[in-house]
Design a protein around this ligand. Structure first.
Ligand SMILES: *[C@@H]1O[C@H](CO)[C@@H](O)[C@H](O)[C@H]1NC(C)=O
Length: 394
């Protein structure tokens, strides 16, 4: 373990690094390959943006200090010695390793020509105020927005202009509900991406937020790194997360902070959008046990053999590495915050998140709606390509 003086120096070096190369004041949009973080542009291969703070790539934020999760861990806003990825640590990583080693048995496979048979198409008004018209299965089929097969495709309208109502799209919910003790395995080749888009692959309990919400894949516009988030009823905060991603926020309660939730930003740009798609996608595995919710991301080409095989059983193991996001359940967030959850896939446009931060062509929600309505050809990348969604239970 490094002495505390090293700890202080590490934080100081990290803070210093942020003021050096690669960070420029933001003028209008950031240049090619750069992302915006608060008022700065930065190179996402060199830095990670957490909230509005830049940290060196792969670092996490604890209070106001950037730190390397291989050397330190964060308790509240205090940095403690001992990383989350070392194997010699004995007492510092209190989180939920107990779930690892549990064997799960294949329960459901959603794939191929019957992909849509056990899902319900949501056709009500988008609760997130998107510029979208969610269509029925019959309409989605007849207008070519869905096609079941190998792979299954779910897309949006890319030919028509919409001045009102919104761009037609699909939101589906699994008929089946799942309980704690489930692995959810999303094997995707491509995800919706682009200005105005807000796609999500998520898991939702009844009577929101009473039954909880786990956002496995979510982002907006030209976002580069995936955001994994929980939204819950009162009394749920996160600490001591053992993960490769960066903490964005730790209060999971939907009623707090404008429903920001407790959120983790994935460390790699292959986890979302353009980077995900150009790499052929990958596999997201979510383990929901009574001791933790953990999300692993395996980019195409780096999928563990047991996950790739997708056999009759699956057992999270050290060969999967540290999860991208770890949400420990226990006294600070009891397992009772999550119950009877269904899988949801959707693509909306603009609205509460994508619209409020839209800057592709003008800024804000109204500009976003105009852009989305007027530019059907801008949505050719706005599709899901799904090899399979599988669930395993124990
Ligand atoms: C799923 O629910 C929809 C209606 O919501 C129904 O049409 C469909 O038959 C159900 N599928 C199965 C396999 O139960």
């Amino acid at each position: 373990m490094p002495p505390l003086s090293t700890l202080a120096r590490a934080a100081a070096v990290a803070a210093l690094a942020v003021t050096l190369s690669g960070v420029q004041p933001v003028l209008a949009a950031c240049g090619t390959g750069l992302s915006a973080c608060g008022s700065a542009c930065y190179d996402p291969t060199v830095y990670t943006c957490i909230g509005t703070t830049l940290c060196p790539y792969g670092y996490s934020l604890c209070g106001t200090a950037c730190y390397s999760p291989s050397q330190y861990h964060c308790s509240g806003t205090t940095l403690l010695q001992g990383g989350t990825t070392t194997t010699t640590t004995t007492t510092t990583t209190s989180s939920s390793s107990s779930a690892t080693g549990t064997s799960y048995a294949l329960s459901d496979t959603y794939s191929g020509s019957t992909f849509f048979s056990a899902w319900t198409f949501f056709t009500a008004t988008d609760p997130t105020n998107g510029f979208v018209q969610y269509v029925s299965q019959a309409t989605a089929q007849s207008s070519g927005l869905i096609s079941a097969g190998s792979p299954t495709i779910i897309k949006t309208d890319t030919t028509n202009v919409y001045t009102s109502g919104g761009r037609p799209s699909v939101r589906i919910t699994s008929n089946k509900s799942y309980n704690a003790g489930t692995l959810f395995v999303f094997d995707l080749n491509h995800m919706p991406y682009g200005c105005g888009t807000w796609p999500a692959a998520w898991i939702l309990g009844p009577s929101w937020p009473a039954g909880g919400e786990i956002d496995v894949i979510e982002g907006v516009n030209l976002q580069t790194n995936n955001r994994m988030t929980l939204h819950t009823s009162s009394g749920c905060t996160m600490s001591s997360q053992v993960q490769t991603g960066s903490v964005v926020s730790t209060d999971c309660v939907a009623a707090d902070n404008g429903n920001e939730g407790c959120s983790v930003q994935a460390a790699t740009t292959t986890s979302y959008g353009s980077g995900f798609n150009s790499n052929g996608g990958g596999v997201y595995v979510t383990e929901w046990s009574t001791s933790a919710i953990k999300i692993w991301f395996f980019p195409r080409g780096s999928i563990p053999s047991d996950v790739a095989a997708g056999g009759a059983t699956l057992t999270p193991s050290s060969s999967w590495g540290t999860p991208a996001a770890d949400f420990p359940l226990g006294s600070a967030c009891t397992a009772s915050h999550f119950s009877s959850m269904q899988i949801v896939l959707d693509l909306t446009f603009c609205g509460d998140w994508a619209g409020s931060v839209f800057t592709c062509s003008g800024s804000g929600n109204a500009a976003c709606q105009t852009y989305v309505g007027d530019n059907p050809s801008a949505f050719t990348e706005a599709y899901w390509s799904i090899n399979s969604i599988k669930t395993y239970v124990n």
